[in-house]
Design a protein. Structure first.
Length: 367
């Protein structure tokens, strides 16, 4: 049991929650139990909106609000390997890394994240004798002193710690500066991007990265808002996007969702980072090593699928007309179709609903 600063932990917390668990719906029960179980290994708070009596505050050092997605499936993916030397290219809240350390006794994890606060949090909660952390973009993974990884994990996108901190500017659900940088010390903020990008760059962000069908309206609204204060805060900008879209444009998601996603991908160069990192990751994989990648939208998943198919010597797309002899294979795909979260996992953690896990294993002997 960990001691927090005036907060309840582990078994003490479970004792407080027990009477409430009896009365709650299945949905809330699953969230309470999951969070409390995670708390037992010191990794997660009880979400503010879920906790019953306000008895628990999230104040402890190294505590993350992020729930690792498809955790059991990731561990299962790595089980055929010798499993001693891992790279977690997106350490985030450290949930997957912790699961790897628990599952593979004697394993070491190299952890990367471009977000300095993720690295700080991970350094406070993961054992320093088994985890080596590097604050860097995974596109530079070849700069790590370690090589020949038995397992490499990419878990793309944002952590809940980033999404739920209004000052980071990722979410339109709360007001904050329109920043969106995973590494706030590098590059330009989303507000600066919107004020300075060429029209072509805006189109690429909203149409190509955001996959927004009404991209023309959104781009024009951004263009016309330049020089005003409407591009500087998440809530005002989200309203500008909603107003730009047709009134009947009501789906299950907030109309600003696609635009926010597109701008975030552009500001952080997210697809470019994957394109640079993947060939380096294949080179850094030990013979027999396994690479697992979790993506959260179709652009990421398409990239992962293409790389894995190429490495497995399969046609990359349906238009790939090369003969079998022209395609070389470096290993095999373990997943023809991606692994997705179960209904129970989605119920407990709705943010995982679009996750797709793909797995590739390098041949034992180099060809
Ligand atoms: C979904 S979270 C990872 C959560 C983690 N697997 C866990 O269990 O807590 C994604 C993390 O990847 C980081 N990230 C995204 N793109 C990155 C990149 N190109 N290089 C390094 N880190 C990146 C983000 O800053 C974020 O912390």
């Amino acid at each position: 049991m960990r001691a927090g600063r005036g907060v309840l932990w582990g078994p003490d917390l479970l004792a407080v929650l027990a009477p409430y668990l009896e009365k709650k719906s299945a949905f809330l029960r699953s969230i309470y139990s999951m969070s409390a179980n995670c708390l037992l290994d010191g990794s997660i708070d009880i979400y503010k909106e879920c906790h019953p009596v306000g008895a628990v505050a999230v104040l402890g050092a190294g505590i993350t609000a992020h729930v690792p997605v498809l955790k059991a499936e990731v561990i299962e993916a790595f089980s055929p390997t010798r499993a001693t030397n891992f790279l977690d290219a997106t350490i985030g809240g450290g949930g997957h890394a912790r699961a790897i350390l628990n599952a593979f006794q004697g394993a070491n994890v190299w952890g990367m994240d471009r977000d300095p606060s993720a690295i700080k949090r991970a350094s406070e909660s993961l054992p320093p004798n088994r985890v080596h952390l590097r604050n860097d973009n995974f596109s530079r993974l070849d700069c790590l002193p370690a090589k020949a990884f038995d397992g490499i994990l990419f878990d793309f996108g944002l952590s809940s710690d980033q999404l739920d901190t209004p000052e980071r500017g990722f979410s339109f659900r709360s007001d904050g500066p329109l920043d969106m940088r995973m590494d706030p010390t590098q590059g330009i903020s989303a507000a600066q991007f919107l004020s300075s990008a060429s029209r072509e760059m805006l189109v690429q962000a909203i149409r190509d990265f955001g996959e927004e069908p009404n991209w023309r309206r959104v781009v024009s609204a951004i263009w016309n808002a330049r020089g005003t204060n409407r591009l500087s805060r998440t809530s005002i900008f989200a309203e500008l996007v909603r107003n730009a879209l047709p009134k009947h444009y009501q789906g299950k998601i907030d109309p600003a969702t696609r635009t926010f996603q597109g701008i975030r991908i552009a500001v952080n160069g997210e697809l470019e980072a994957i394109q640079i990192a993947f060939p380096k990751a294949l080179a850094a994989l030990a013979p027999g090593g396994v690479m697992a990648a979790i993506s959260f939208h179709s652009l990421e998943d398409r990239l992962v699928k293409r790389f894995f198919r190429q490495w497995a010597g399969l046609p990359e797309t349906r238009w790939d007309g090369r003969s079998k002899d022209e395609r070389q294979s470096a290993g095999k795909m373990h997943t023809v179709r991606p692994i997705t979260p179960s209904a129970d996992e989605i119920l407990a953690n709705p943010r995982c609903r679009s996750a797709k896990l793909r797995i590739f294993q390098k041949w034992e002997a180099r060809l």
